[in-house]
Design a protein around this ligand. Sequence first.
Ligand SMILES: O=C(O)CCCC[C@@H]1SC[C@@H]2NC(=O)N[C@@H]21
Length: 291
Amino acid sequence: MPGSPYTDLDRPPLSAARLARALTGPHGPWRRLELRAETGSTNADVVDAARAGEPEGLVLVAERQTAGRGRRGRVWQSPPRAGIATSVLLRPGEADPERGWSPIAPAAYGWLPLLAGVAVAEAVALLAELDAGLKWPNDLLIDGAKCAGVLAEAVPGNGPTQPPAIVVGIGLNVTLRADELPENPTGLPATSLLLAGATATDRDPLLRALLRALADWYARWRSAGGDAVACGLRDAYLAACATVGREVRVLLPDGAEFRGTATGVDADGQLIVRGPDGERRLAAGDVLHLR
Ligand SMILES: O=C(O)CCCC[C@@H]1SC[C@@H]2NC(=O)N[C@@H]21
């Protein structure tokens, strides 16, 4: 139907059986994988599951989202079968004696959105063979256009002593056509792997690579007690990051704005920006690359 972006069901579906075989069970890194044809938002669903006491390791994947959530209250478009929309439930504050993991203090959880960005960048580099880079904290850019984003949400524990759970949601535009791309209110153009000329746009292997990379980095980070420097996560992040070394414009959550040069990422995952008034460290905010 002309004009409607949501009618193209010629695209192949994901295979729930293949994904579950590769990613769960005795040899898979995740505990449970569920694939839905449609939902409002996989993040909203996994937040609900976390509140209901679901243990760590749930992965929810949707072929289409009707109310996908983006960062800072924005909307994330997920036309059917055209991308990857997935959310995973992590409980980094709980011990896992089987894997020898101790609880991680909430102060280190700020690395989880960056960790997810590294996993997306690695999966895309491996399978799509594109030169993609992360705009801090975790937007995946190809030639300056956004192809993937991450939304991490904290779910408070039941009672003051239970640590929060973290829901990590990842959206990746795989075969979206130009007429299906969203208009980004921050002025950042969007793209998809297909439009960017990817060598491979088969979503099954991409999703497997993404969820494996996410599980691998999470295991390394947890085994290192949440120390992103010791487990090599900060180095991997810097290798994937397209922001460090650039002139940037920063929009802070309170609406304030400043310009400077991004010079690094500190041990807490904060972006270091040198501006006319000295050095600032950002825990949150929107960054635009100027040059
Ligand atoms: O860049 C952003 O603004 C973050 C986008 C995150 C989108 C994903 S799609 C899967 C998961 N479910 C959601 O509702 N949002 C995230």
